[in-house]
Design a protein around this ligand. Sequence first.
Ligand code: SF4
Length: 254
Amino acid sequence: MNPFIYDLSLEELQEWAVQQGESAFRGAQIFDWLYVKRVNSFDEMTNLSKTLRQKMDEQFSFVTLNEIAKYESKDGTVKFLFGLHDDHAIETVIMKHNYGNSVCVTTQVGCKVGCTFCASTLGGLKRNLNPGEIVAQVVQAQKILDTRGERVSSIVIMGTGEPFENYEATMKFLRIMIHEKGLNIGQRHITVSTSGIVPNIYKFADEDTQINLAISIHAPNDALRSKLMPVTSVSRSMMSSRRCVITSLRPGVE
Ligand code: SF4
C-alpha cells in the first residue's frame, strides 16, 4: 500500500513537489487542498496539473475511515467506530462543549499498557497508527462539522492507545494539526494524555510547543496506582519536574 498523503508535513509535500520537477509552491497547494478545502481525492485538486495529480495517485493514498457505527448522546457527543484499511477498528469522538467542538482521537489499535480499568488493553496492542491515520480522524470530524458551519476548536488525545508509546507519529500529527496554513488548531487547545511513559514525558517537555499535557493519575498514592496502572510511577518523578505541568485530568478541566 502507498504511504498516506496525510503522513506528510507541509515541508515534506514541498520537498516531494520539487523532486517531481515542480516548484515548492505546489506542495503548499496540496496542503491547502488537504486541510483547508478538505478534498477526498487527488482528482479534486484542480489547480494542479493532471500529470502531478496522477503522480500523487500512483505514490500516495488517502486514509479511508469507514463508518462502522455511530452513537449519539443527548448532550451532542457523537462517538464513531471507524474501520481502517486492514480491518482494524478505532474510536473517534466529537464532543460539543459550550466553548466549541472537541475531537478525541485514537493513536493505537489496542494498547499494551494494561490498566486494569480499561477495555482497550484487553486484546493487547495490535499496531500503532500512522500519523496520517490520526490526522484523518480530525479531518473526518471537521468534514462532519463543515456540514453545519462549525469547526474543530480543540483536540484531546485520549482515545484508545498510549500516545507516548507511539511518540513520533503523535508528534507529527500534532505538528500538522497546529500548522497555520492547515487546520490551525491553537496549541493551547490541544491536550495529550499519557498514563505516564516517563522518558517521553521529559522528551515532550523539551519539545518547542505550548500543547497541554495531562497525566492520568487515577489513584491517591503510588501503591494503588501501580496496581491499577502498570507503568512507572509518575506521581513523584513528574511532580518534582519543573519542565512539565500537569494541566488537567479531563478535557476542559484546568
Ligand atoms: S494507557 Fe490508556 S488506553 Fe492504554 S490501557 Fe491505560 S487507559 Fe487504556
